[in-house]
Design a protein around this ligand. Sequence first.
Ligand code: 5GP
Length: 189
Amino acid sequence: MDTDPKVFVISGPSGAGKGTLTEILLKRVPSLARSISATTRKPRPDEVDGVDYYFLTGEEFKKRIKSNDFLEWAIVHDNYYGTLRSMVEKDLAAGKDIAMVIDVQGAASVKKKMPDAVLIFIEPPSMKELVQRLKARNTESAVELARRLKNAEAEMMLAKNYDYVVINDDVNRAAGELVSIVEAEKAKN
Ligand code: 5GP
């Protein structure tokens, strides 16, 4: 028998590997759909509108806040990010489990509105490793990099509010752990 669909919230500092781990998770757990967020951040060269994010102008985003279109929204690294209510409702109605890759403020809002949501925090093995990964990724300017590192420290302090913490020391190991958590939560009575 199918169980009720579940919401999984995945957070962690920029560069911890949330994106890569979530991609593996989505491939291994076919019932999971990733909620596509809206943002006012400019697209990175490899990002596609409607696939990675819905890229909106500040004006469009604020209009959608006024129309109550967001389940949650937050300002992260000086840009707006939000989860569209319609996206989540559509997937839940279709019986899909949902993976939301959102920041710590958004995770707290979702937990308040959906107490059954499962919160998973992805941590880098150390701050030193995080700095190296962010530099190697080379997608941010020096100013942006500094901002993301400063936020990382604040975010890591909030890991204790999460149901699970996965340390991304090795991608395959961490992905295996993430899949086990999701499968165990889905099998829970
Ligand atoms: P990036 O710019 O690297 O794609 O994402 C920056 C941060 O914004 C990450 O911590 C990411 O999880 C968070 N984020 C992405 N989408 C959302 C969202 O819909 N809501 C919230 N609150 N945070 C989000």
